[in-house]
Design a protein around this ligand. Structure first.
Ligand code: SAM
Length: 295
């Protein structure tokens, strides 16, 4: 079924009021978009701030006459007669299909390929991770995941135990196992991530070597020789005492999900326990690595 869409240019202060009015007028879905490409990284816990320039995008059934709604909005003090808006016809698409068509196998480092489960494997001799992220984060297309995959590929993981802290789709844990790790543990606060990781481990024949936990169920005394955590700077800072304790003396650590300007502070924090390497960059993101001190 095709749709008709109304886009109203507003701001962080009035977007909610516009959204409420559009829902009352019969909109079937509302989304907020950044009007000026000014991303908000890491809002405070429990807060979902809007952009200074916010576009309210409302979807209606095709055939809806939107002009009365536009006039109603213009009559509101929070919009006014000079309100900027656009009406667009939206052709009906299979969005899942579109996304699937855009996701191709990608190589990371020397040996590793991430292959969407619906695509042919380009190099059957390579280390191939067959992936369907489901509803979880982690396809390899994001620079932070890519930085972690390249790091894992560069290591000799044979026989090692690996912790993937914030496992999302399980992409890093499954890659570590396929690169030779003996055992991996994935930890995530999100049930959907745990499910997706389990599915991906099964898809790759490594489910018997992957343990998955919500943080509250994590076994006491858990430790590994290699830990990778692709979460944001905030949790990496707050959870530093817990994360460092999961790495064996002499073990290896990779932290990602960091913006370049956050690297020095997080690196200094982990330098209490780890000998830190130079920062690796990809686009505006970066990765920290280090080896746990033995004393
Ligand atoms: C950026 S995704 C990374 C997913 C995947 N490891 C990758 O590299 O693509 C971050 C994941 O960390 C999880 N996460 C966030 N805070 C966490 C916490 N405090 N403890 C455990 N997992 C957390 C999120 O639910 C999400 O799945």
């Amino acid at each position: 079924m095709p749709w008709i869409q109304l886009r109203v240019h507003s701001n962080s202060e009035h977007a909610e009021a516009i959204s409420d009015l559009l829902l009352e007028e019969g909109s079937v879905s509302i989304t907020f978009e950044d009007g000026k490409d000014t991303p908000i990284f890491e809002p405070k816990l429990g807060e979902t701030p809007l952009w200074a320039d916010t576009v309210v995008v409302a979807l209606f059934d095709a055939g809806t006459d939107l002009m009365p709604t536009v006039e109603l909005l213009k009559a509101q003090p929070f919009c006014g007669q000079d309100m900027q808006f656009k009406i667009e016809q939206i052709e009906d698409k299979d969005w899942v299909r579109e996304w699937m068509d855009s996701f191709h196998p990608i190589q990371f480092g020397e040996r590793l390929w991430i292959c969407p489960s619906w695509r042919e494997i380009p190099d059957p001799e390579a280390v191939n991770v067959i992936l369907d992220p489901g509803l979880a984060f982690g396809t390899g297309t994001h620079p932070t995941t890519a930085l972690c995959l390249e790091w894992l590929d560069s290591l000799n993981l044979a026989g090692k135990e690996v912790i993937d802290f914030g496992c999302g789709s399980g992409i890093l844990a499954v890659a570590a196992l396929k690169l030779g790790a003996a055992k991996a543990t994935g930890i995530d606060i999100d049930y959907q991530a745990i499910d997706a990781s389990r599915d991906n481990a099964e898809r790759n024949g490594v489910a018997d070597r992957l343990a998955l936990y919500l943080p509250e169920d994590q076994p006491k005394g858990l430790k590994a020789e290699v830990l990778v955590a692709n979460i944001l700077a905030g949790p990496l800072r707050e959870l530093a005492p817990l994360i460092q304790d999961l790495v064996d003396p002499g073990g290896l650590l990779a932290l990602s999900g960091l913006l370049a300007e956050q690297a020095d502070e997080i690196s200094a924090c982990y330098a209490q326990w780890f000998d830190m390497d130079p920062v690796a960059h990809k686009d505006e993101w970066c990765r920290l690595t280090g080896r746990r001190k033995t004393l």
